[in-house]
Write a protein that binds this ligand. Structure first.
Ligand SMILES: [Zn+2]
Length: 158
């Protein structure tokens, strides 16, 4: 008689594994400017002139590495948003409910995905003006969350 299993038993499991990784030259510059100066920088492709944020070392359209740094304002337009109600504590950066949005900073050609704050979901509209809110300088640590969230320009929408 064969010893092969007639049924594979499958267990659900979770592994938490601390790790470190280098952000790389481009992301490190972006994050240090955010941490040290509360400034948002993108890259401009010298071939197609598209301005990317988050910055890209190589233009994903032209594949050229000929890009330059461009300081962008901390204001822009909300392109779209989603309210997150689903809870997955090991993977999420915040306790639901929270709002993610894509904000296209003035002068940029791509949108930056981040939290939205100081606004109720029902007050949000695609196309509304938004501004970045940063952590205080002493609390910034070189993470994208040094940018706390975008809020309606001029403060709360209500
Ligand atoms: Zn390009």
């Amino acid at each position: 008689m064969s010893r092969s299993a007639e049924e594979n038993i499958i267990f659900d499991g979770r592994i938490r594994m601390p790790y470190k990784w280098a952000a790389g030259e481009t992301s490190s510059y972006f994050l240090t400017q955010l941490r040290d100066h509360a400034k948002l920088w993108g890259t401009r492709c010298s071939v197609c002139q598209v301005i990317f944020i988050p910055p890209r070392k190589n233009c994903p359209r032209c594949v050229t590495a000929d890009t330059t740094w461009v300081e962008l304002p901390s204001r822009g337009v909300l392109q779209t948003f989603a309210v997150i109600y689903f809870s997955e504590p090991l993977l999420q950066p915040s306790e639901p409910p929270y709002i993610y949005g894509i904000v296209k900073l003035d002068g940029a050609d791509t949108g930056l995905t981040h939290f939205l704050g100081e606004v109720a979901p029902g007050e949000l509209r695609s196309g509304m003006r938004m501004e970045a809110v940063f952590k205080n300088k002493e609390d910034r640590s070189g993470l994208i969350t040094d940018l706390l969230y975008f809020r309606p320009e001029g403060g709360s929408a209500s």
